[in-house]
Design a protein around this ligand. Structure first.
Ligand code: ADP
Ligand code: MG
Length: 304
C-alpha cells in the first residue's frame, strides 16, 4: 500500500467534521475542537493530542458496548450484588459468588451454574446480580424465563429456523434460564430445550434456577431418557448451589410486622409516661429511661 500524501499546509476545519463522520469516530467528532484548543493553548506535543482523542474514542466505544450488552441481556432491574443480603443465605459464600461474577475460568470452559431453592430464596436476584457483574467484566449474557425461551424456540422450530435460533444464542457467554422447573411438557414441546442444552454442552455456559432439584424434572421432558440425558449434560461440568432458606419476602414481612409491634409498644410506653405527673416525667424524658419505667415496653431485639 502506498503512503498517503502528507503535504497539506492549510487545514480545512470545515471539512474535518465530514472526514470524522466518514471515519465513524463519534467521540473524536464531538471533542476534537475542544481538545485542539486546549492543545494549542498548552503547547501539547502532537502525539499527546492524538493519544488523548484516541483514548476518548476507545472509552466511548467501551461505554456503548457495555450499554448495548446491558440492554440485550434483559436483566431484571435493580438486582445487584451490593443490594443482596448475604446474611440471609449463609450457605452462599460471598467469595464464591464474587469469583463467579468475575467470569473467567468457568465461562471460558463452558461450565454451568445451577441454583436451587424454594420460591423467594433469592435465586433470581443473585442470578441477575451475577449477570450484571459479568457484563461489567465484558461478557455477554441473556436472562430469560425458561418458558419464554421455550416459546421462542418453538416458534423457530415451526418456521424451520430452530438450528439458526440456537446458533444465534452462541453469542452469549452465559444463557440464564430462570425458573427451569416451571416448564411443563404438556404446555410446550420442551425437546427444544434438550436441543439447546445439547448444543451448548461443554462449549457455552448456562445458569439455571429451579425450585425443585432434579427429582421433578421428569415433568418437563417428554420421556425419562431425555430427562436423564439433560440432567447428565447440565451437571457434568457444573457448580450446584442450594439456597435452602426461608423466602426473603416473608422474612421482610415478619420484620415489618415486628417493627410495627415494637412501634405500638413504644407508643403505649409514651402514653403511660404522659399520664404520669409532670415531676416524674422530666427525668424520664429520654426514650431509654421511658422504656425502663415500663417493663412490658421492652422491645424484642431484632438483629436487623
Ligand atoms: P426466587 O427467584 O428464589 O423466587 P427472588 O430472587 O425473586 O427469589 O427474591 C424475591 C424477592 O426478595 C426479590 O425482590 C429479591 O430482590 C428479594 N431478595 C431475595 N433474597 C434476597 C437477599 N438475600 N437480599 C436482598 N433481597 C433479596
Ligand atoms: Mg425467581
Amino acid at each position: 500500500m502506498s503512503r498517503p500524501s502528507v503535504t497539506p499546509v492549510q487545514v480545512d476545519t470545515n471539512r474535518l467534521p465530514l472526514l470524522l463522520g466518514e471515519l465513524r469516530v463519534p467521540a473524536i467528532s464531538r471533542f476534537w475542537s475542544e481538545i485542539a484548543e486546549r492543545s494549542d493553548r498548552e503547547g501539547w506535543p502532537a502525539v499527546r493530542f492524538l493519544a488523548t482523542l484516541a483514548e476518548m474514542e476507545v472509552a466511548e466505544r467501551v461505554r456503548r458496548r457495555h450499554e448495548r450488552h446491558l440492554a440485550e441481556a434483559h436483566l431484571p432491574p435493580d438486582k445487584t450484588l451490593e443490594n443482596f443480603d448475604f446474611d440471609h443465605v449463609p450457605m452462599l459464600s460471598r467469595a464464591r459468588v464474587a469469583a463467579l461474577a468475575a467470569g473467567d475460568a468457568w465461562l471460558n470452559k463452558g461450565e454451568n451454574l445451577l441454583l436451587f431453592g424454594p420460591p423467594g430464596s433469592g435465586k433470581t436476584h443473585i442470578s441477575a446480580a451475577i449477570g450484571r457483574a459479568l457484563i461489567e467484566a465484558g461478557y455477554r449474557v441473556l436472562f430469560t424465563r425458561t418458558t419464554d425461551l421455550v416459546q421462542r424456540l418453538q416458534t423457530a422450530r415451526q418456521e424451520l429456523t430452530l438450528e439458526a435460533a440456537i446458533t444465534k444464542l452462541d453469542r452469549y457467554d452465559l444463557l440464564m434460564l430462570d425458573d427451569f422447573a416451571y416448564v411443563r411438557k404438556d404446555q410446550a414441546e420442551t425437546s427444544v430445550l434438550f436441543e439447546l442444552i445439547g448444543k451448548r454442552y461443554e462449549r457455552r455456559s448456562m445458569l439455571i434456577t429451579a425450585n425443585q432439584p432434579f427429582a421433578d424434572w421428569n415433568k418437563i421432558f417428554p420421556d425419562p431418557a431425555m430427562t436423564i440425558a439433560t440432567v447428565d449434560r447440565l451437571v457434568h461440568h457444573a457448580l450446584i448451589l442450594e439456597m435452602n432458606v426461608q423466602s426473603y419476602r416473608q422474612k421482610a414481612a415478619t420484620t415489618r410486622k415486628n417493627r410495627a409491634t415494637m412501634k405500638s409498644v413504644n407508643q403505649k410506653a409514651a402514653a403511660q409516661v404522659a399520664e404520669q405527673p409532670l415531676a416524674t416525667q422530666i427525668p424520664l424524658a429520654s426514650d431509654n429511661l421511658a422504656r425502663q419505667s415500663s417493663p412490658q415496653a421492652q422491645p424484642n431485639h431484632h438483629p436487623d
